[in-house]
Structure formats: structure tokens, C-alpha cells
Write a protein that binds this ligand. Structure first.
Ligand code: SF4
Length: 498
């Protein structure tokens, strides 16, 4: 019998090879951090949405080994439908091996409405229509009269006032007519999927825009395994569509790129040329000198760490708002002076923003030169803090206005070597400038190695036993400290080359 689920169906519609590879070559699947974060946010939001229409029953059931008990879930769904329950969450159905669970099945007269919950802030994704069309198809085949189909997404304008209002937090969009259109294609797609999945032969499908749409494909590494390294898909900041265009013109390697005479801007040409041949370090002394002249002592090197909760926790914040919870600040008062360090880490059981803003205002005078790396991020956080705390606003906005971006000389192409691989993030620039320096190696940190890990750890602090918490806080502080220390070292290097 042919078994398929909603997620496999959506995979199939992205590219028929995805469910095939999941079945026959699961070891090639690579789950990236972004996809993982999307799954986690989806689960959190899904749980919250269950209460959207008041009282509900949930059918989710587990076997003793912790896996989902689908038979029990289907049985409970039948029972709750027979009992005429108003809202059934995770309502589960199976039509001849085609399985699906509906986030919220809501009674509507003699039929039901489907509510599909997404952690996205936009309902306008074709894949959502694909997803809900499959659900409607399965439910109808199971004899359920489906009247309307709705998408439940996040309203990013919603401002938390202390009590979460689910009706305002979620945005409900009627997609019944779009689903009706898409429904016409489901049966044919399923027939095709059955054929593909039954075959032991890998589908002969080449790279296309589907490899990146709607989500980056977890098998991209597998499907590009025979390409040279580096390939056009490593061209930094080039855009997947453009990379694909080169690929389809038979341009695979960096040599091909140069031979082709493709129009490349100066930066990208340098990335390609330096990757092919180690030309040492490219230095534009004039450009770097001009940048350094815009700075003045004392220098304050600033970096924020943030959390970005989908469900807002603090009054006055919105879903997915970046909340600064921590900063590190290195201060260099004069050339070759002693380096000072200040830091702040909020308490995760309360809104850390007020305490952070007050400390920041005390730590950074209004008239000093502040350096950030990719300053847009720090500037936005300062603006949001200024909006939240009008009494500190003037000082915070002056700090924002005084920020210079240490990324500028790299983005402007004044300093480059092949180890940067075309990327100018501090995590790429630092090891390229200071290779093999253990003091500057993020891998040598304990527990927290990047912003994503910091983001995940901070909300957990409040539930940790004291000893574990102390260690986790130390790891967070060390991580953030390295970010600004790295900036100081980058600054020193720039100074040393002019
Ligand atoms: S990488 Fe592209 S071709 Fe390969 S399975 Fe994914 S979507 Fe299909």
C-alpha cells in the first residue's frame, strides 16, 4: 500500500526527489539551524493556537516508546466527531494510507472548517495552499464535509500588553477558494507520487529553483556532490537564481566563471581570483586610512545579543521582535592604551531591557565614537530601546548616531584574503586575519559558539539549578566578550596595515 503524509506531499510538490531521497537515502538529509528553528517555532505556535476558539479537545497520543500513536489519534478523532465536539486539535485521518492531522478542526453546522496554523507572519505562501489542499482531499475522502479552509498566521503588528490575546496575536485568512483550485491537482499529484515512491530508481531531476523554494532543500549537498569545490553555489551573496543561471549555462567552477567572462563586480571577481590562486592579502591602504580617519578616541566597541520570541513575553513587544538581553563593551581610551571591558547580562525571568538600557547609558557617554560590526543591528536595537524608554531616548539615539561600522572597510573591498571565502561576517574575517589564534577561536568557547546558541540558552536560564545557571551565564558572557574583543583585534589589524 502507498503511504503518504501531509509533509511528504508538500515535499513532493517542492521536488519529487525529496520524499524519494528521504525514503531511500535518509543519511544524506542535512537539517540546518534555520529549518530546525522553523520547526521549533511551529510547535510552540501550534500548541498556543489550540485555545484560539475556546474549549477544545486534543487527540495527540503517544506510544510507550514516545512515538506518536496514530491509530489511537484516529480513533479519538472518530470518537470526538461522533460526540459533536466543537474544536478538535490534531484531528487525525487516514484514507487508504494517506495520512494527515488537522491543526484545528472546527465544527461548522453540518460540516467542519480546517484551520492550519503557521508560525509565519505571512499567509501568502503557495506551499500553505498545497498543504491545506491535501488536508481537504484526505478529509473529504474520509467522508468529512469540509466547508471552509483558513490559515492561522502570526500578526506581527500585535503588541503584548501583559495578557496574551490569541484573537489579536493570530491573523486568520480565508483561503477556501485558493484551496478549491489547488484541490483539482491533488489526485494527479498523488498518482505521480505513488509511482515515484515505488521505484527504486532515483528520480532524474536536476537542480532548479525548487532547490531553494519554498525552503532550502536538505538534500542540496547530496545533489551537488559532483560539482567542483568551490562551485558557483559558493559565490557569496550572489543570489540562488543567478547561481542557478550560471549552472544551467554549464558554468560550474570558479575557473569556468572567469573563463566565461561573466560580469562580476570587483568584490566578487576578487573572491573568485583569490580562491583560485593564493595571492596573499589585498589591502587598499588609502581606503582603510580614510575609514580610520572617521574614528576618534576613546573608542567603544559594542555588541548586543538578543532573543527573538515568537510569542512576546515582555509588555510592549511584538512577535519575533529582537529583544536585547546582553551586551559586551570594550573601551580603548587612547592608541595602545589599556583595554577596558564592561558587560551586561539580563535576568531571564524578567524583561531585561530597562536594566540594559540604564547600564548602557551609564557605560557609553553620549559624545564618544562607538564601533559595531554590521551596525544596522545595533542601531535598530538602540532605536527600539529609545522608543520603549523615552526618558533615556535622547542619550540612546545619540549613541546610535555615533556608531561607525567596522564592517565598512571589508564590505568596501579594502581588505581581502582567500580565507574569507567572500564573506565579511566577523566569524569569517577574524580567522582570516588571525589564523590559528586560539584566543580568537570561537570553537574554543564553552557552551555558546554563535548568536543562535546564545538565543536558545538565555530563556532557559531561569529554569536552571544555580550551579548550571552560573556556568551558562559565564558562557554567555564569554561568548559576547569575544565578539567585541574580535572587533578590537580587527581594528588593530586595520591600523597596522596603513
Ligand atoms: S536539491 Fe534540488 S533536485 Fe535535489 S532533491 Fe532537493 S530540490 Fe530536488
Amino acid at each position: 500500500m502507498f503511504y503518504f503524509s501531509k509533509s511528504k506531499y508538500c515535499d513532493f510538490k517542492q521536488c519529487p526527489k525529496i520524499p524519494w531521497l528521504k525514503k531511500y537515502k535518509p543519511e544524506e538529509y542535512v537539517l540546518d539551524a534555520e529549518t530546525q528553528a522553523r520547526f521549533s517555532a511551529g510547535n510552540e505556535v501550534g500548541d498556543l493556537a489550540m485555545g484560539l476558539f475556546g474549549e477544545y479537545v486534543e487527540v495527540t497520543s503517544y506510544k510507550p516508546d514516545g512515538s506518536l500513536d496514530l491509530d489511537r489519534m484516529k480513533e479519538l478523532t472518530r470518537q470526538y466527531i461522533a460526540e459533536g465536539r466543537e474544536n478538535i486539535c490534531e484531528a487525525s485521518f487516514d484514507y487508504q494510507g494517506l495520512y494527515c492531522a488537522v491543526d484545528i478542526l472546527k465544527k461548522n453546522g453540518d460540516g467542519y472548517d480546517i484551520y492550519e496554523v503557521k508560525s509565519s507572519t505571512s499567509p501568502e505562501h503557495y506551499v500553505y495552499i498545497v498543504d491545506t489542499s491535501y488536508q481537504k482531499y484526505v478529509l473529504q475522502k474520509c467522508g468529512v464535509k469540509v466547508k471552509n479552509v483558513y490559515l492561522v498566521t502570526i500578526n506581527n503588528k500585535y503588541v503584548f500588553d501583559g495578557v496574551l490575546d490569541l484573537r489579536k496575536f493570530f491573523k486568520i485568512t480565508d483561503v477556501t477558494s485558493l484551496v478549491e483550485e489547488e484541490l483539482k491537482t491533488v489526485e494527479a499529484s498523488l498518482k505521480e507520487a505513488e509511482k515515484v515512491m515505488a521505484s527504486k530508481e532515483e528520480p532524474a531531476i536536476g537542480l532548479s529553483e525548487s532547490c531553494d523554494k519554498p525552503y532550502p532543500c536538505p538534500f542540496f549537498g547530496y545533489c551537488t556532490r559532483n560539482l567542483p569545490t568551490p562551485s558557483v553555489f559558493q559565490l557569496y551573496n550572489f543570489g540562488f537564481k543567478k547561481q542557478l543561471r550560471l549552472y544551467h549555462r554549464g558554468i560550474f567552477s570558479y575557473e569556468d566563471v572567469l573563463k566565461d567572462g561573466s560580469k562580476l563586480n570587483e568584490m566578487r571577481r576578487r573572491q573568485v581570483e583569490y580562491a583560485l590562486e593564493d595571492k596573499g592579502t589585498y589591502i587598499d591602504q588609502k581606503g582603510i586610512g580614510e575609514f580610520l580617519q572617521t574614528l576618534s578616541y576613546p573608542l567603544y566597541f559594542l555588541d548586543f545579543e538578543t532573543v527573538q520570541p515568537v510569542i512576546p513575553r515582555y509588555i510592549g513587544t511584538r512577535p519575533y521582535q529582537q529583544i536585547p538581553v546582553q551586551y559586551s563593551l570594550h573601551i580603548l581610551k587612547e592608541p595602545n592604551g589599556e583595554l577596558e571591558h564592561r558587560e551586561f547580562l539580563g535576568r531571564s525571568e524578567e524583561d531585561p531591557r530597562r536594566a540594559l538600557a540604564e547600564r548602557l547609558v551609564a557605560d557609553i557617554p553620549a559624545d564618544v565614537c562607538v564601533l559595531a560590526y554590521n551596525k544596522g543591528f545595533e542601531c535598530h536595537r538602540l532605536e527600539e530601546l529609545a522608543e520603549a524608554f523615552p526618558d533615556l531616548s535622547a542619550h540612546l539615539l545619540t549613541v546610535r548616531d555615533n556608531i561607525k561600522d567596522l564592517l565598512d572597510p571589508f564590505q568596501s573591498g579594502y581588505y581581502y584574503n582567500r580565507a574569507m571565502g567572500g564573506s565579511f561576517s566577523i566569524k569569517s574575517v577574524l580567522p582570516a586575519i588571525y589564523p590559528d589564534d586560539p584566543e580568537l577561536d570561537y570553537h574554543n568557547l564553552e557552551g555558546v559558539h554563535d548568536g543562535g546558541e546564545a538565543m536558545e540558552l538565555f530563556p532557559k536560564l531561569k529554569d536552571m539549578p544555580t550551579e548550571e545557571r552560573t556556568k551558562a551565564e559565564r558562557n554567555l558572557l564569554k561568548y559576547c566578550e569575544l565578539d567585541t574583543f574580535a572587533m578590537v583585534k580587527v581594528y588593530e589589524k586595520l591600523k597596522s596595515v596603513v
